[in-house]
Write a protein that binds this ligand. Structure first.
Ligand code: SAM
Length: 252
């Protein structure tokens, strides 16, 4: 992210929109969504705006955004399109959701494993810290984008250890871009690869949109995923790449 520029990537943010749409379309989760949805990192607000509009959804959403410029941009956009059920809040998600009534959280979280030139996208030493915190909170349903360069197996294991079962996922390749090719970030990704915590090809990594549910009073038990598409299959997809280095920017 350039200073003062909210994060928006047509491919990645568009993928997040599709995942949000799928979440909003789920009939079985309606009782949970009726209590609202909270979002970590609204960015420009475009992904949630698009998803709510496409699904014609009236689910009340609170979108938290730490970055002042991004939250201003998002709030203005929401105002402009006239979406009364999407409220942008400038501030920290974890402080803001405490005591809230929402039981469902969604995020395209910061997942870069080093502080490059976009500190807003830093997800801690493995890139997974923000995701782990969301999965340690009180939510019954969580949708997160999980990245193959940020200890994906650790994230899936943490979710399972906290009682979550995967109810839906989809994945797509993402080409390394300016943020992930930042020398500090690509160096750290190579270290994680050597430690078995990052998986990629020289040109791309994998991003999966994963929805988990915890057994909840008043909700049917999560339906089993179709054979061959369970957590094990998702793990295969996220750990498929075995490159040790990212192709240099000049070779991209
Ligand atoms: C990868 S961007 C995603 C933006 C947008 N959702 C999208 O997909 O286009 C992650 C965003 O999370 C914000 N963020 C990071 N930690 C946060 C926190 N604790 N509370 C609220 N926002 C946070 C960052 O400022 C950044 O805008």
């Amino acid at each position: 992210m350039n200073p003062g520029m909210p994060f928006f990537d047509p491919v990645e943010s568009g993928f997040y929109t599709s995942c949000l749409e799928n979440l909003l379309a789920r009939r079985d989760l309606r009782p949970v969504l009726a209590d609202g949805l909270v979002e970590l990192g609204a960015g420009t607000g475009i992904p949630m705006i698009e998803a709510l509009r496409r699904r014609e959804s009236t689910v009340p959403v609170r979108g938290f955004e730490l970055d002042a410029t991004s939250s201003q941009v998002a709030a203005r956009l929401v105002d402009k399109v006239g979406l009364p059920n999407y409220r942008i809040i400038h501030g920290d998600f974890f402080a803001g959701v405490r005591g809230g009534r929402e039981r469902c959280a969604a995020a395209n979280p910061p997942y870069l494993p080093a502080r490059g030139h976009a500190p807003e996208l830093w997800g801690g030493e493995t890139g997974a810290e923000v995701s782990l915190r969301v999965l340690s909170a009180h939510f019954d349903v969580v949708l997160l984008l999980v990245s193959s360069i940020s200890d994906p197996v650790g994230v899936l294991q943490h979710a399972a250890a906290n009682g979550y079962r995967i109810v839906d996922w989809m994945a797509r390749p993402i080409r390394f871009g300016p943020f992930s090719r930042d020398p500090l970030v690509s160096g750290r990704i190579s270290e994680l690869a050597a430690a078995g915590l990052a998986f990629f090809t020289p040109d791309s990594y994998t991003l999966a949109g994963v929805t988990w549910q915890r057994p909840t009073a008043g909700l049917p038990a999560p339906a089993a995923l179709p054979a061959g598409s369970d957590a094990q299959a998702l793990t295969h997809v996220l750990t498929a790449g075995d490159a040790r280095a990212i192709r240099g920017a000049d070779a991209a």
